[in-house]
Design a protein around this ligand. Structure first.
Ligand code: ADP
Ligand code: MG
Length: 595
């Protein structure tokens, strides 16, 4: 490997701006770090270059650990957005300066470098006599002068106009191929990432969410963020049943990442790309899976493609949670489906505004996230309303581009009658004296995830993860991975062994469990987390760590509702002061007891 990052974390004012990033960039690979402004890309690049230290983790270049090596000794080639050339020096002098600093022979090398970046014969020009694109070529040549081990480029095209940008892209790609130099390029522009990358890594909120080949990330994203950042995507809520994925009443073809967990029917989030939608006059004319009827509401011709928005009718409208141009939520625009059609499709079935259509889908991709939507539970209208406006809940739902439903359930008080409707998605309750009873009631009524919110809580900075036993491990990790993509918090899995000699002798076993948990989180759920081993009673240890942490949150997995009263009872008796996410999947043995 050319560049290896292992759980690299960089904090500013206590908050992680680069959060547990692990990454391997291969020899000669062109890797693009893509993400919105502020997601931590530049900070990560500076950490690789050694221009900033890290708070946690390791960095290796070509197998050598350079975590504590100075920027100068790492010697990576760097190019930034603003050209950073010496204004009073000619092109030739700018490059020679870089060579002299490294005591390298200059004349031949200079010629060679200028040829590489297609600036032959421009040695005597001053930067002011060059276009922006040409200045950036000089910057690239200079960065390569001393034959650096890797080349790092931070938004190098930012200040250039479209045509120049494309030329420079091509030059950089040619140079990179010719030299076979390992390169990391940072950009916020997905088109640029697609145009250049061997592999793309998408960052948000300091985390590296997913890493992969451009076409694979586009076709099979694992996260909402990547799905919507790498191009237009409609997000839909569907149901996963024994018979497959259902959208409203209609079954659809979908690629499901995981099997139906424990035979449990559940709500899932599906990605529908605008180009995967088929429109036809009637349902019978569709060649693909029918999902709903609709009406054309907006239409734009953009040359090669026709873009339109179709309002879905019937119950299908409820399934729709976000389209590329809507802000998500359950407002009116959410039932609008973004559709693009080729000219060929337009000729076969010309459409005009207001026309009725049958909507079919060629392909739907189901995300592996277990967090689909939120339902705020209260025992009266006012408490539902209050809870649905909880800042943390609103923030989570908005980042997840999903909706918050309100459900007024009187049994929340008595906790003995059945729910008026089955619980789907994440149930949300306000923390209080009756939290344990309410949890029990929700779990018995089919909830798999319950978010418990104290009236006042800041966005979490540290998320502790723990599960009662192995049967809750997988789902707890899945929930943790999904949640942690939407908050800027550090994640720590806490393994707890009984205190005393019995516990100590189990230390090797405990350590191995931690390592396994970390690998599983990484491999199966794309989550990087740190691990800690503690000894003592589980609830006490968790309580201790929660109290010690700044703005903590707890994700707790159980396989039997009784564990919430038994082992973890003390966490709920006093009314928690931090948010908690309870994950419940019945183990094979306890399943019968709950049903
Ligand atoms: P990107 O390059 O993806 O736009 P940056 O890595 O520049 O993101 O910044 C990530 C976050 O870290 C931002 O919120 C930014 O304000 C913060 N940040 C970056 N550098 C510093 C610094 N030296 N001091 C404090 N905060 C910083
Ligand atoms: Mg930046």
């Amino acid at each position: 490997m050319s560049i290896t990052l292992d759980q690299v974390t960089k904090r500013y004012q206590g908050s992680p701006v680069v959060n547990d990033v692990s990454l391997e960039v291969g020899e000669g690979e062109f890797y693009v770090l893509l993400g919105p402004s502020g997601s931590g890309k530049s900070t990560l690049l500076r950490a690789i270059a050694g221009l900033t230290g890290v708070d946690h983790g390791r960095i290796a270049l070509h197998g050598n650990d350079v975590t504590h090596v100075s920027a100068r000794q790492r010697g990576v080639g760097l190019v930034f957005q603003n050209y950073a050339l010496f204004r009073h020096m000619t092109v030739g002098e700018n490059i020679e300066f870089a060579l002299k600093v490294r005591r390298m022979k200059s004349a031949e090398r200079r010629k060679e470098l200028l040829r590489l970046v297609a600036l032959e014969g421009m040695d005597d020009r001053l930067p002011t006599q060059l276009s922006g694109g040409q200045q950036q070529r000089v910057a690239v040549a200079r960065a390569l002068a001393h034959k650096p081990p890797v080349l790092l480029l931070d938004e190098p095209f930012g200040a250039l106009d479209a045509k120049i940008r494309e030329e420079l892209r091509r030059t950089i790609r040619q140079v990179q191929r010719e030299l076979k130099i390992t390169t990391v390029l940072v950009t916020h522009d997905q088109e640029e990432a697609f145009a250049m990358a061997d592999r793309i890594g998408v960052m948000n909120l300091g985390r590296l969410l997913e890493s992969g080949k451009p076409d694979e990330l586009y076709a099979r994203p694992a996260t909402r963020f990547v799905a919507t950042f790498l191009g237009a995507a409609n997000l839909l809520l569907a149901r996963q049943t024994e018979q497959g994925i259902r959208f409203g009443a209609a079954p659809v073809n979908a690629r499901r990442v995981e099997k139906l967990e424990g035979g449990r029917e559940q709500e899932v989030v599906a990605v529908l790309r605008p180009e995967e939608v088929e429109l036809a006059p009637t349902r019978d004319n569709l060649r693909t899976n029918f999902i709903a009827n609709g009406i054309v509401e907006e239409q734009v011709f953009t040359g090669a493609f026709e873009r339109m928005r179709v309002r879905m009718a019937d119950g299908a409208a409820n399934a729709h949670i976000a389209s590329p141009n809507a802000n998500g939520g359950s407002n009116g625009s959410a039932a609008l489906l973004d559709v693009t059609r080729t000219q060929h499709e337009q000729r076969l079935f010309p459409l005009s505004l207001g026309q009725s259509v049958a909507i079919g889908v060629r392909r739907i991709h189901v995300l592996p996230t277990p967090l689909s939507s939120y339902t705020a539970y209260g025992s009266d209208e006012a408490s539902c309303e209050r809870l649905s406006q909880h800042p943390l809940l609103v923030e989570l739902a908005s980042r997840m581009k999903t909706r918050i439903i309100k459900r007024n359930e009187a049994p929340l008080v008595a906790c003995d009658a059945p729910a008026s409707a089955p619980v789907s998605g994440v149930a949300v309750i306000a923390a209080g004296q009756k939290t344990a009873d309410q949890l029990q009631w929700l779990l018995q009524n089919g909830a798999g995830e319950v978010l418990v919110l104290p009236a006042h809580s800041s966005p979490p900075q540290k998320v502790l993860i723990h599960w009662a036993d192995d049967s809750a491990r997988r789902s707890t990790l899945a929930v943790a991975a999904s949640l942690l993509r939407h908050v800027a918090a550090e994640a720590v899995y806490v393994g707890i062994l009984p205190e005393g000699s019995g516990g100590e002798s189990q230390r090797p076993f405990g350590v191995r469990t931690l390592l396994d948990a970390r690998s599983e989180a990484q491999a199966v759920h794309g989550l990087e987390m740190r691990t800690e081993l503690r000894f003592g009673a589980a609830a006490d240890e968790l309580q201790r760590q929660l109290t010690e942490s700044q703005d903590p949150m707890l994700i707790l997995g159980v396989s039997d509702p009784a564990q919430l009263r038994g082992t973890f009872g003390t966490l709920f008796t006093s009314g928690a002061t931090y948010p908690m996410m309870i994950v419940y999947r019945p183990s094979k043995d306890s399943e019968g007891a709950v049903e």
